[in-house]
Structure formats: C-alpha cells, structure tokens
Write a protein that binds this ligand. Structure first.
Ligand SMILES: *Cc1c(COP(=O)(O)O)cnc(C)c1O
Length: 414
C-alpha cells in the first residue's frame, strides 16, 4: 500500500456534509483507483511474525480480521461519522443489530431503560421482551410528554431510547428536552434517527449521546441490502461498543458496506428530492374529502409543528394519513395505485405504501394499536424518487377508488 491502510480514526469534518459523503473516509490501494475498492476478504496477512505481533499488540494500526474491521467497512464508518458530525462510528449487519448492540453493550442485570411506547416493532421487542430476560427492566411511556420521562427515572436508569418522528404516526419526541433530563441523572440517550435521516436532524447536536440507523432505509435508499450504523463519541465507543462488537460479531459484510458507501454519495440529493416530493404530496392530500387526518412533520398543521421547527431541518420523506372510510377505503386506495408499491419498507427510491394495522403492527391488540393512534383507516406513504407529477396522478387514482367505497359500508367493514 502506498499509504496507511487505516483511516485516521474518524477525523473531524473538513468539508460540508454533501462533500464528505462523496470523499470522506476514502482509502486508496496501490492502484490509485477512483472509486472505492471492495475488500471482500476475511483476513489479512503479515510480512513477518514480528509484524503480526505488533498488529495484535496494537502498536501497528492495520487490519486483523474482518469481524473486527475491514477496509471497505472502515470507509463506510468514517464516511457516516463525517456525515453525522460524530467522533466515531461502527457498522452492523442490520438496523436491528445496531439497536440491539447499542443497548446490550452498555447494560447489565439490575439496570433500567426508559422508552416511548411508540416505537419500531422490533425495537419494542428488544426493550419490552428481550432485555428483561437478562435482568434489565424497562418502563414504556408516552414519549411526547417530558414529565413522563422525568417520572420514569429510577436510581438504576442507565439509558433512554427513542425514535422521532415515530413509526407510523410521525409523532415528535423533544430530543433536547429528553437529553437534558438524561444528563441530569447520568443517563445515556440513544436516538434511532431513521425517519428524520442525518440530512434533516442531528441528535448529537441536540444533546443525545448515541445515534443509530438502519442503513437499509435512506442510506442505501435503493432497496438492495441491509445494514446498520452506531455513532457516538470515541469514548463511548471505546468504553462500551468496541469490544462488544468484536467479540459478538454482528459485522456488516464488506460487500454490503461497499454498496452503502457508494449509496452515500447520492444520499443528500436523494433525500432532498424525496422530501420535496413528500411535502408536495402532503399538501395535495391535505383537506381531501374522506381523509380525516393528514400527518406530515413539514406542515404547519402538524400537532407539534413548533417542536419540528426546533429540531428538524425539514419534514423528511414519510406521510401518514387516515381515511374516514376505514380499512375498506385504505385497501381500495392501496390496490388502485399503479406506481406506488404495497410494501412495508421505507426510504426507497420507489414510493411505498403500508397499512400498519394489518402488517407492521398486526401483532398488537386493537387497544394497543388505538393507543398508538393506529386505526384501520391509517396508511403510511414512503415517498420515492419518481417524478412528483406521476406520483400525484397515482395518488389521485387511489383517492378516486377510496371515494367509490361508501363510507357507511366501509366503517362496517373496518
Ligand atoms: C427499519 C428500521 C429499523 C430496523 O432496521 P433493519 O435494517 O430492518 O434491521 C429500526 N428502526 C427503525 C425506525 C426502522 O425504520
């Protein structure tokens, strides 16, 4: 190698984020390639036994084994750290591997976690069902209410976990408010920033300690591979995460890291465009007869618009809306779409529609769904990269089909 094989451990941003996602973290081999290389290798060889010894002792910072680190994965981690403005980052095989690792690496039996009830289903499983098996208790609250965060704190509370905007009703949790309560009691705040994206929300600047992403969503943004990333201070990663990841091995494949690394180059362009289209579609849907509730964080009529303004730079790429005609209208709408696909994913180049009560949230009881604001008429739309005029025409096809379902019979069907 013509230059050091290891990137400077998360160097501070030199350029603006849109530039860092193109160049940040690039490592070039002796061939001086333009596009980043895919190092599809499990291990690394050493010129001498002494070199191997130095590598293992940490005197030489090169690579040892791809469960620990890999050049392509390291490029992705460094680029993510620069995008987020974080000191350091570690990649994982999926978003859930990132969430699980961020919690398990710092918790032990006897600890306590506080989290909102409104949360991505698998995150709820980890906190409500898995952690208690290992002696970590949890309290679930209404995350919008700062008093409930305060009241839930116990002497053994170690972590606050939250996502905002929430899935699927796009409620907002006050990151700065929650982080201030946490700081006062030495509690670590972990934010799942998937829905807002790094482009529109910076939890670390608002006082959070750790940010996690499912890179499967907007970071890939083209529906190809799973991935996750955890970002924090060098200190937190060294103290909690570094050894946990090396020894338990939820490692990101170098191939997937390469896809995600290249995807980052267009991440700001894609998310900006998807956000602009989401804002257009939200305005188009608002006030449509038959839609009882339209929720888009970028609109002035969002119930927490002032808080959105304080912590988000834009409304992001998801819209939720509820038909008065219940399930029949929601299904008629979804089935009439030609362009927008029925899928439970989000953040994709392709626009996707989801009916949470029968898919992502179907394991919840009707009462639990109702408590989260999910009813049979609710749909979640993830806005993609198609021409917005084509999307509007597609939405209009759906609206016509929903209107054809008589509200009376639709209510009965729901
Ligand atoms: C998708 C998602 C996850 C899980 O990510 P995977 O890559 O599917 O494991 C976690 N949190 C949120 C908010 C998500 O949207």
């Amino acid at each position: 190698m013509a230059q050091s094989p290891v990137p400077p451990a998360a160097a501070p941003r030199r350029f603006r984020p849109a530039t860092e996602v193109v160049h940040g973290g690039t490592l070039r081999s002796q061939f001086s390639e333009t596009s980043e290389s895919l190092f599809l290798t499990q291990g690394f060889v050493y010129p001498t036994a002494e070199a191997a010894e130095a590598r293992f002792k940490g005197d030489d910072p090169g690579f040892i084994y791809s469960r620990f680190s890999n050049p392509t994965v390291a490029m992705f981690e460094e680029r993510m750290a620069r995008l987020e403005g974080a000191e350091d980052a570690r990649a994982t095989a999926s978003g859930m591997a990132a969430v699980t690792a961020a919690l398990f690496c710092m918790l032990k039996a006897g600890d306590h976690v506080v989290a909102p009830r409104a949360m991505f289903g698998s995150c709820l499983y980890v906190i409500e069902e898995l952690l208690p098996r290992y002696g970590v208790a949890s309290t679930l609250i209404d995350g919008k209410d700062l008093d409930q965060w305060r009241a839930a704190v116990q002497p053994n509370t170690r972590a606050f976990f939250l996502e905002t905007p929430t899935n699927p009703t796009l409620e907002i949790v006050d990151i700065a408010g929650v982080a201030a309560i946490a700081k006062a009691s030495g509690i670590t705040t972990i934010v799942d920033n998937v829905f807002a994206t790094a482009l529109h929300q910076s939890p670390l600047e608002l006082g959070a300690d750790v940010v996690v992403y499912s890179a499967t969503k907007h970071i890939d943004g083209q529906g190809r591979c799973l991935g996750g990333v955890i970002l924090s201070s060098k200190q937190w990663i060294a103290d909690h995460l570094h050894n946990y990841l090396r020894q338990t091995g939820p490692s990101l494949s170098p191939f997937n890291a390469w896809v995600l690394l290249k995807a980052l180059e267009t991440f700001p362009l894609r998310v900006e465009r998807q956000t602009a289209s989401a804002a257009r579609l939200a305005d188009h849907l608002a006030g449509t007869p038959g839609i009882a509730r339209l929720i888009y964080p970028g609109r002035a009529d969002h119930p927490q618009a002032a808080l959105v303004k304080r912590q988000m730079r834009a409304g992001s790429t998801l819209i939720a809306f509820e038909f008065t005609g219940g399930k029949a209208a929601a299904f008629a709408f979804s089935n009439a779409l030609e362009l927008v696909k029925i899928s439970n994913n989000l953040g994709d180049a392709k626009s996707l529609i989801t009916h949470p009560s029968t898919t992502t949230h179907q394991r919840l009881t009707p009462e639990a769904q109702a408590a989260l604001g999910i009813n049979a008429g609710l749909l979640r739309l993830s806005v993609g990269l198609e021409d917005v005029e084509d999307l509007i025409e597609d939405i209009d096809r759906g609206l016509a089909a929903a209107a054809a379902v008589s509200p009376a019979s639709a209510d009965a069907a729901a």
